[in-house]
Design a protein around this ligand. Structure first.
Ligand SMILES: [Zn+2]
Length: 403
């Protein structure tokens, strides 16, 4: 491992510098580093995923971290290709306009707007919208102003000078990826009007741990939020967490509403935060580890059965999450082929394991008997789509069961 790929972060977003170790996954490659070269896959570097908790604000975080420029060297994710996200954003946009009575006088800024899936859901005649997106691949969105840069306090001042203060600032599935969270929140504060609302969605570690969505713990996610930690961090920045809702995305997420302290234009359900705090007090990585170890042995037995039968073991799903599952379940060397519907992945090799990825057609031709479902949260959808092309002898094993 090249030392300059890794950064020791001395301070938490709250300013504290004392941490306790919480849980570690095995060392593994960057989860999305699929490659078309076998040798490159085999020779890939592994990095630790060690979770710590801040003794002050209780924010769970990876330490040390892989540098953002190493993580995003080959960034190819786009929101519109993410399963179910366009529909989610359409419903959310209508909800935000109605709840906060937005009009053409208001400005909404989406941070990390990606390919504009969320911004395009608004009717531009009724609301001013703009986005911030560092990826050059996503900086050209028709009729919508995009600031092609990383969000910072400086950029928030530029936006404000050009477009004014924002009534709504949104950030979806990106707060966990911001290394300097403190500077990020300073920028949000600077950009928001005094009565403005910061709306963000992020993974909720409590639900993700309870549902065994282990693939959400990865090098790209520096932070794993709870309501308790968010309240403390926002407080440091003169902001207040006002309302939180549970949402189903990504094995458990939360939608949060925060305002500047003293803002009182909109009504929020602040009492609801108590239920989240209570749930968070029960968060237990020992229980998580017990469940993981149990599943590991069940999967090993499934593989053993296949080997006794003289059969190969296939894996369905060749996503970033598959890498986390292969390493965490300790089956990197046990899978013969991966299968994915995404044709960009066909013929490529999974990071580190160098497992070759087949198309569904190739999979049908092999008509395998044993398949482990890595895209296990979508097992039902996958089976509906493919079962008619597979024979009755076919046995499936999802990495985890939906609860
Ligand atoms: Zn802290």
């Amino acid at each position: 491992m090249k030392l300059d790929d890794i950064i020791e972060v001395n301070k938490c977003a709250c300013g504290n510098n004392e941490f306790s170790p919480l849980y570690s996954l095995p060392n593994m490659p960057l989860c999305d580093a699929y490659t078309s070269k076998y040798e490159e896959s085999k020779g890939i570097k592994n990095y630790p995923i060690d979770l710590f908790i801040c003794s002050n604000c209780e924010l769970i975080q990876i330490r040390p971290v892989v540098k953002p420029e190493v993580l995003y060297e080959n960034y190819i994710y786009t929101s519109s290709s993410s399963f179910g996200l366009p529909e989610h954003f359409k419903i959310l946009s209508q909800y935000i306009v109605k709840r906060f009575e937005l009009s053409s006088d208001d400005l909404l800024i989406d941070l990390g707007c990606n390919d504009g899936t969320f911004l395009k859901a608004f009717d531009s005649k009724n609301l001013n919208v703009a986005g911030v997106e560092p990826s050059p691949a996503c900086s050209n969105i028709k009729d919508i102003q995009i600031y092609n840069d990383y969000f910072s306090k400086n950029l928030s001042s530029t936006i404000q000078a050009e477009l004014g203060k924002a009534t709504i600032v949104t950030a979806f599935n990106m707060m966990a990826n911001i290394l300097d969270l403190s500077a990020f929140i300073d920028g949000v504060y600077n950009l928001l009007s005094d009565e403005g609302v910061f709306i963000f969605e992020t993974g909720y570690i409590v639900e993700q741990v309870n549902s065994m969505t282990i693939e959400m713990i990865n090098h790209e996610h520096y932070y794993y939020f709870t309501v308790i930690s968010l309240e403390k961090i926002l407080d440091k920045h003169d902001m207040e967490l006002m309302e939180v809702e549970s949402i189903d995305n990504k094995g458990g997420s939360i939608r949060c509403f925060a305002t500047k302290k003293g803002s009182n234009k909109f009504k929020f359900n602040k009492d609801g935060l108590g239920d989240f705090r209570n749930k968070e007090l029960q968060l237990d990585f020992n229980v998580f580890d017990q469940k993981l170890q149990k599943r590991k042995s069940e999967i090993k037995n499934f593989i053993l059965k296949a080997r006794k039968d003289g059969e190969k073991v296939y894996g369905f799903g060749a996503s970033a999450g598959t890498t986390i599952l292969l390493y965490s379940l300790d089956i990197v060397d046990e899978i013969d082929f991966l299968v994915d519907d995404n044709q960009v992945r066909h013929g490529m090799f999974a990071p580190g394991s160098a497992i070759n990825i087949l198309s569904s057609d190739e999979y049908y031709k092999k008509d395998p008997k044993y398949t482990i479902i890595f895209a296990w949260r979508f097992t039902e959808i996958i089976m509906k789509k493919h079962k008619n092309n597979l024979s009755d002898k076919h046995e499936l094993f999802p990495c985890f069961d939906l609860i």
